[in-house]
Design a binder for this molecule. Structure first.
Ligand code: AMP
Ligand code: ZN
Length: 447
């Protein structure tokens, strides 16, 4: 069974065929670094990481580009509120974002461009659109005329009627909702509210709109046509619709072959978002004694396209399952073989639009299958995709009391006082820890 991916453009699962043989170019809409990312954002990046890892596993060469939105309406407002320079403001959040993705075992993309370092490329596209008569200037900015792009709406499938009604209006704001189908800003002319955030360019003094940033950075690193573009479902309209309009109008070529979108992480059936204030950061989760990988496991139990509610109970269940899984795996001996049958089933699940819940089921079945051969090497292969560090031995942090008991027991063992040592083993067990004596000393694990 070949790899099939759900393409938002066609609303179908399609057989994946990259533009160039064996090479896949992926663009991931990165975070707007005006705040600590929340765990809903991290769902988007866990999804793109699974996609990336599975393509690599399937022997494609990958170039993934994930941008950092370090200039837009929100970052400017944030920096002004804190009375610091834009760069200084965004740097802090960029750093914490990189820490978060590392903690979640999300692989680093090949390129991570910052919007502020690609103004020249943005201006070049805007110029092209002006020359072609698709963009026009007003007092406050340069706008994209959506009536000049006949395919406008092909990704989000917004109604043509609504389009007609709204097309004469213009919108300067970066974000707007589905009811606002308007000409959108490519370039915003300088106003005093922008403070010291502006660029003097051929198209005037000002700053870019959000949408043009992603068109410029994706095409710079991946070419005018590339394979996959991802983001959360909220980006379908207007952000991705506008990216298509700008890019395809400028180049006359198809911009992206496969559009992939992850479903929302919800809280009480509402989208987790910074603006609603119903969000948690990774730090909140860690404070409650969950590890970032408990969290990664939690995401993998869901199909990436489905919306689902975040609950502490759900996370707790994942933490337990993940810990049980690792414990079981730690007891398996490596026979250096590979179990092709299980790997095939795993691939079948992943080939079905990255069905990670099914893939986890197969992993569990393998772990529990007493007759199966080649468990460890097969788990290792699966973990290249799942990224759960399944074979990594955790150094568990023991409570002080247990540490003391273990030390005392080791002393008895050195003195060959087996009776006392056994008593202590029992006492340690009562506290929920198992002791195993090995050549290197005693090994402790949580029961
Ligand atoms: P932003 O920084 O707001 O541009 O968001 C970064 C990424 O996170 C985008 O791909 C969003 O679509 C995605 N995202 C935002 N909120 C959620 C959520 N509640 N669930 C899943 N993805 C989200
Ligand atoms: Zn984007």
């Amino acid at each position: 069974m070949p790899l099939k991916l759900y393409n938002t453009l066609t609303r179908k699962k399609e057989i994946f065929k990259p533009i160039k043989k064996n090479f896949v170019g992926i663009y991931v809409c990165g975070p707007t670094i005006y705040n600590y990312v929340h765990i809903g954002n991290l769902r988007a990046y866990t999804f793109s990481d699974i996609l990336r890892r599975y393509l690599k596993y399937s022997r494609y060469k990958i170039k993934e580009v994930m941008n950092l939105t370090d200039v837009d309406d929100k970052t400017i407002k944030g920096s002004q509120k804190e009375r610091v320079k834009l760069k200084e403001f965004t740097k802090k959040y960029e750093k914490s974002f990189l820490e978060d993705i590392k903690a979640m075992n999300i692989e680093m993309p090949e390129v991570m461009p910052r919007a502020t370092e690609h103004i020249k490329e943005m201006v070049a596209i805007v110029k092209k659109l002006l020359d072609k008569g698709i963009a026009y200037k007003t007092q406050d900015g340069i706008y994209f005329s959506i009536n000049k792009f006949k395919d406008y709406g092909k990704l989000s499938r917004i109604k043509k009627k609504a389009l007609k009604a709204g097309a004469s209006k213009r919108i300067l704001k970066d974000e707007y909702d589905k009811k606002n189908i308007n000409d959108f800003a490519l370039w915003k002319f300088y106003t005093p509210e922008d403070g010291d955030v502006f660029w003097e360019t051929e198209i005037g003094k000002g700053r870019p709109g959000w949408h043009i940033e992603c068109s410029a950075m994706s095409m710079k690193y991946l070419g005018e046509s590339f394979d996959i573009h991802t983001g959360g479902e909220d980006l379908i309209f207007p952000h991705h619709e506008n990216e298509i309009a700008q890019s395809e109008s400028a180049t006359g070529k198809k911009f992206v072959k496969y559009w992939m979108h992850n479903g929302w992480l919800l809280v009480d059936n509402k989208k987790m978002s910074k603006s609603l204030g119903n969000f948690y950061n990774l730090r909140d989760i860690i404070k409650k004694n969950y590890s970032p990988l408990d969290f990664r496991y939690f995401y993998l139990t869901k199909i990436y396209r489905q919306r689902f509610n975040f609950t502490w109970r759900g996370l707790e269940a994942s933490k337990k399952a993940y810990s049980r899984l690792k414990n079981k795996i730690s007891e398996i001996k490596d026979d250096k073989k590979t179990n092709k049958e299980y790997l095939r089933k795993f691939e079948k699940a992943m080939n079905d639009d990255l069905n990670t819940p099914k893939a986890l089921q197969i992993l569990w079945k393998l772990v529990r299958d007493e007759k199966a051969e080649g468990k460890i090497q097969t788990i290792k292969k699966m973990d290249e995709v799942l990224g759960l560090n399944l074979l990594k031995k955790e150094k568990i942090k023991l409570p002080k009391k247990i540490e003391e008991l273990v030390e005392k027991r080791e002393k008895y063992r050195r003195e060959k006082n087996w009776k006392k040592a056994d008593e202590l083993r029992e006492e340690i067990r009562k506290h929920g820890y198992g002791v195993e004596d090995t050549k290197e000393g005693s090994k402790i694990r949580k029961l």
